[in-house]
Design a protein around this ligand. Structure first.
Ligand code: GDP
Length: 198
């Protein structure tokens, strides 16, 4: 993960999706969950994923690849869950993501980011249902773990694990991270490394 990464392209629709190459992983989460910060921490490259996406901006999948290709593509999905998102925008998000999920044979895992202060919200559950429907394997990653105490974090992990136990495409364990304190990043990298080498 130490090598330089590049932005490949933004994908507003499946017609311009680059051909599947090597292994792909994707990151999804509510706007402001800390997705850009996590991708930047993970790749060791600040400024790769742009932080603070403005609501209402063009919804695109953003693809990143390391410069010396080792067969990994990271896909940054558009944030969801804006309080005032019009129904049409939510429908467009669902259509874009669902067609991507269904049509991407090399997509190995979607990391669904959940803010440790908030836990699973209704729109997160909607996204998990979409992933289940698409049979896209996903794992929950808690973000901003530095913002809550260790006991609250332990409770949240147990509670969230319980809530996803019957979801068919959910990976049973969670990863707790803090991009700010650089916590859980190595664990996430190890999980991705395992995906790449199994
Ligand atoms: P995105 O909209 O999901 O891409 O979220 P960003 O990465 O832009 O982060 C949203 C806000 O949360 C920013 O103000 C970040 O500084 C803050 N943030 C992101 N990760 C962390 C973290 O691990 N800990 C703390 N305390 N704040 C974070």
């Amino acid at each position: 993960f130490a090598r330089p990464w590049s932005f490949v392209r933004g994908v507003p629709n499946m017609d311009v999706l680059p051909p599947a190459e090597g292994l792909e992983i994707a990151f999804a989460g509510r706007s402001n969950v800390g997705k850009s910060s996590l991708i930047n921490a993970l790749t060791g490259q600040g400024g790769l994923a742009r932080t603070s996406n403005t609501p209402g901006r063009t919804q695109e999948l953003n693809l990143f690849r390391p410069d010396d290709a080792d067969g990994l593509t990271v896909v940054d999905m558009p944030g969801y869950g804006y309080a005032k998102a019009p129904k049409a925008q939510v429908a467009a998000w669902n259509a874009l993501v669902f067609s991507y999920l269904r049509g991407r044979p090399n997509l190995r895992r979607v990391y669904v980011l959940i803010d440790a202060r908030h836990g699973l919200k209704a729109n997160d559950e909607d996204v998990l249902s979409l992933l289940d429907k698409a049979a896209a394997s996903y794992q929950i990653v808690l973000t901003k773990a530095d913002k809550i105490g260790s006991r609250a974090l332990t409770d949240l992990i147990a509670d969230t694990a319980k809530r996803i136990v019957r979801r068919p495409a959910a990976y049973p364990t969670l990863i707790a991270t803090s991009s700010e304190k650089y916590r859980g990043i190595d664990e996430l990298r190890a999980a991705i490394w395992t995906l790449m080498h199994e």
